[in-house]
Write a protein that binds this ligand. Structure first.
Ligand SMILES: Nc1ncnc2c1ncn2[C@@H]1O[C@H](COP(=O)(O)OP(=O)(O)OP(=O)(O)O)[C@@H](O)[C@H]1O
Ligand SMILES: C[C@@](O)(CCO)CC(=O)[O-]
Ligand SMILES: [Mg+2]
Length: 388
């Protein structure tokens, strides 16, 4: 039997990094997904391996089940019905299994994703031979939550074929997990994110699991129902970076300047709270929509300033900020920063049929792709047009 699962990426409207330190943050899922296909090998296959095929890279990894058992059982048995954090001993053993696969140097960032795969697979399914195929519509390491959607879709596929979830496969089409199963998927995905991010807040896996728009603070999630359609332009600077290093950098700065950083995180908390209140408040007329958008733009600019204080902006991000500001558009980085993607609010006061931007290049802004939670995304049109 083959099971397929998918989970969306996300944008963060306010509060990234500060959310790791207990502030509120607001995130929305987007309609770009990571897809996972999982198929157990049957006896007739006579294939006693675990295969991971990262189709977009393209890379294929294969371990004999005997080898996985030999290496992992030295430190214990990972198999567990409840979400478990990978211990440093298991991390070492898993790293040995990953190193054997000789990932090319240029793609070494994938090692943490492959480690998360091995942990989630062996914890949830034990030592069963199988083939797992991954494809992703998300750019990796760009702030759109590729790591979380990878962990969520993988956990969902693994749990769908485990005894912990009761899914009805009798009909064709997508099955949807119930609330309890979603909680379980989310918890396992968080364990995967810990391997990739080091110290994740849990916001990325939560929004990828539950979809729509959420406010997230100190591990707890509030679903937001927006009353205003928001159009967001997402620009990928294509400058690579790694969330783990950026999160660690902010923690180090916090150790050096605890009081100043506390004030920064507190300010971000207030921004996220105000932003979520505005998004949820009723919108009776055009005027109030414009007023709300102006407030949101200001809050995004303030949040960006505080992200600069945390040291996670980048020259490429600043270039996008300056360029959009020329057109009186407010922008902020989204996700971990240090490169990656930038959000620009496209207010209703401007009717974007055609936008002249980036040195006179004409960008046709319609049709915009609709995404969850009333946000709109125009992704990747910019990619080929921005040169740094
Ligand atoms: N489809 C995938 N296949 C394998 N590994 C993946 C995949 N998607 C993400 N990863 C893992 O996640 C890493 C990228 O995660 P990272 O958290 O740095 O960026 P992001 O999740 O895209 O951005 P952000 O965390 O800021 O939203 C990759 O280097 C890889 O290890
Ligand atoms: C930078 C960060 O705040 C968001 C990454 O999308 C990290 C996290 O919350 O886990
Ligand atoms: Mg990530």
């Amino acid at each position: 039997m083959e099971v397929r699962a998918r989970a969306p990426g996300k944008i963060i409207l306010a509060g990234e990094h500060a959310v790791v330190h207990g502030s509120a943050a607001v995130a929305a899922s987007i309609n770009l997904y990571t897809h996972v296909s999982l198929r157990f090998h049957s006896i007739s296959d006579n294939d006693h391996t675990l295969k991971l095929h990262l189709k977009d890279m393209p890379l294929e990894f294969s371990w004999s089940i005997e080898r996985i058992k030999e290496v992992l059982q030295e430190v214990g048995c990972p198999f567990s019905s409840t979400p478990t954090t990978c211990t440093p001993e298991f991390i070492k053993s898993i790293a040995a299994l990953v190193i054997e696969q000789n990932i090319p140097e240029a793609k070494i960032g994938l090692a943490s994703g492959v480690s998360a795969f091995l942990w989630l697979y062996t914890c949830i399914q034990g030592f069963k031979p199988a083939t797992v195929v991954i494809t992703s519509e998300l750019p990796l390491g760009s702030g759109l939550g590729s790591s979380a959607s990878f962990c969520v879709s993988l956990s969902a596929a693994l749990l769908a074929l485990s005894d912990s979830a009761s899914l009805d496969f009798s009909h064709q089409g997508w099955s949807v997990f119930g609330e309890n199963e979603l909680e379980l998927v989310n918890k396992w995905a968080f364990e995967g994110e810990k391997i990739i991010h080091g110290k994740p807040s849990g916001i990325d896996n939560s929004v990828s699991t539950f979809g729509n728009m959420i406010k997230f603070k100190s591990g707890s999630l509030t679903r937001l129902s927006s009353n205003m359609p928001l159009k967001m332009l997402v620009t990928n600077t294509k400058v690579g970076r790694n969330t783990k290093a950026l999160v660690a950098g902010v923690s180090e700065r916090t150790l050096r300047h605890p009081d100043a950083m506390k004030a920064v995180f507190n300010a971000v908390d207030l921004i996220s709270e105000e932003l979520s209140t505005i998004i949820q408040s009723p919108a009776p007329d055009e005027l109030s929509i414009t007023e709300k958008e102006e407030k949101l733009e200001e809050l995004m600019e303030m949040n960006q300033g505080l992200l600069q204080c945390m040291g996670v902006s980048h020259a490429s991000i600043e270039t996008v900020l300056r360029t959009t500001l020329k057109y009186k558009l407010a922008s902020k980085l989204t996700g971990a920063g240090g490169g990656g993607c930038v959000l620009t609010l496209l207010p209703t006061r401007i009717h974007f049929q055609i936008l002249f931007i980036f040195g006179g290049i004409i960008l046709v802004m319609t049709p915009l792709i609709s995404i969850f939670s009333h946000c709109m995304l125009l992704y990747s049109m910019m990619n080929s047009m921005i040169k740094y």
